[in-house]
Structures are given as structure tokens and as C-alpha cells.
Ligand binder design. Structure first.
Ligand code: PRP
Ligand code: GUN
Length: 190
């Protein structure tokens, strides 16, 4: 039977430590939303949520943008339940809105090795987007993968190189709903 039970998940939560409290996250959303407003108020952008992890940051930022924009989503994943990402993205769902000639802003929870956003950015560029920007809640101080995005155009906060969960980031599919960012204790890196 799988070890990943609700009881085990509670143990992992109890042994984890807070890295970014909710209030600090909120302030970073305000900062990123202000920057995006200053730069893109006239661009009629498509705000694209990179599912699953991008779900919460997309809604936090987009609700703070008081100008015309459209919202779309893609679902691409490279980690599954692993701690190291695969070299290839698993494309679960491609977007709906035609990006030809449009400004596109990609929203994701974290920039780590950087391949996810590099590949999604290239997907949009190949389909004729005018300009593709990236916005992340967290910029991890981790070595970027070969070909990975080096720097997001908009980043909320920098974090150390640890495995994190909360606010969209999962631990074996769980705890995306935790309202702060926490680090997994190394004994639970299974
Ligand atoms: O910069 P990278 O090293 O590519 O890692 C960042 C990606 O990893 C996570 O996604 P994951 O593949 O775990 O899928 P998920 O969003 O469904 O959790 C996260 O949501 C980012 O999309
Ligand atoms: N849950 C989770 N997913 C990631 N994908 C890339 N880095 C991370 C991380 O620290 N936590």
C-alpha cells in the first residue's frame, strides 16, 4: 500500500518549517501586480496560468490587475512526484486563445531548473506571440538546467534551494492548499 496517506501527509506538514509566511506572500503579489500594471496596462495581454502549480499565483496577481486582459491556461508538468524534473515537459493541455501578435504573460509558482518556463515560452514564440513575459511567485537559488530560463521578468521572492510546498506547490500531489510556503524536512524526501 502507498505510504502517502493523509496521516503521513500530516506528519510531513508537522515536520516542515515555514519559509515564507502568508503576509510576505501577499506583499510580493502587490509588488508584482504593480510592476505588471506599469508595464502592460496598454498591451491587452493574455495571462496564462501554468497548471497545476500556477493556479494560486495566477489568481492572486490577475485579480489585482485592473485593466483589460484575457486569461488562459496550459497544463505542463516535468516533476510528477519526483524531486528532480525530467528533461521533457509532459504537455497535458495546450492553450485555447490564439497568441498570434499578442503579449503573453506566463504565471507559474516557481522558477527552479527553468526548463518548464523556457519550453512554454518557446511554445508561444513559435506560435507568433509578439512578446512573452514570465512571472513567478518564487525564484529558487538553484542551478538552472541547460536551456532553462535564467531569470523571470517578474519574480515575487527569492528562496533557497530546498524542496518547498504550499500556495500551489505540492508534496506528492498534496498540500498545494497550504496558505504559506514551507520546506520539506529532508527525512521526508522520499
Ligand atoms: O523550473 P523548473 O525546474 O522547470 O520547475 C518549475 C516547475 O515545477 C513545478 O511543476 P511540476 O512539473 O511539478 O508540475 P505541477 O505544476 O503540476 O506541480 C512548478 O509548478 C513549475 O511549473
Ligand atoms: N513542489 C515543488 N515543486 C517544484 N518544482 C520545482 N521546484 C519545486 C519545489 O521546490 N517544490
Amino acid at each position: 500500500m502507498s505510504k502517502i496517506t493523509p496521516t503521513f501527509i500530516k506528519e510531513v506538514f508537522d515536520a516542515s518549517r515555514v519559509i515564507v509566511p502568508q503576509q510576505t506572500l501577499e506583499a510580493s503579489f502587490e509588488k508584482v501586480a504593480t510592476e505588471i500594471t506599469q508595464n502592460h496596462i496598454k498591451d491587452n495581454p493574455i495571462a496564462v496560468c501554468v497548471m497545476n502549480g500556477g493556479l494560486f499565483i495566477t489568481s492572486e496577481i490577475v485579480k489585482r490587475l485592473r485593466f483589460p486582459l484575457q486569461v488562459d491556461y496550459i497544463h505542463a508538468s516535468r516533476y510528477g512526484n519526483e524531486y528532480t524534473g525530467a528533461n521533457m515537459l509532459n504537455w497535458v493541455k495546450t492553450p485555447n486563445i490564439n497568441p498570434q501578435g499578442r503579449t503573453v504573460i506566463l504565471f507559474d509558482d516557481i522558477l527552479d531548473g527553468g526548463l518548464t518556463l523556457a519550453e512554454v515560452k518557446r511554445y508561444y514564440e513559435d506560435r507568433g506571440a509578439l512578446n512573452v513575459l514570465t512571472a513567478v511567485m518564487l525564484d529558487k537559488k538553484a542551478p538552472r538546467d541547460k536551456g532553462g530560463l535564467i531569470k523571470a521578468d517578474y519574480a515575487g521572492l527569492e528562496v533557497e534551494n530546498e524542496f518547498l510546498f504550499g500556495f500551489g506547490l505540492d508534496y506528492h500531489g498534496y498540500m498545494r492548499n497550504v496558505p504559506e510556503i514551507r520546506a520539506v524536512d529532508t527525512k521526508h524526501m522520499i
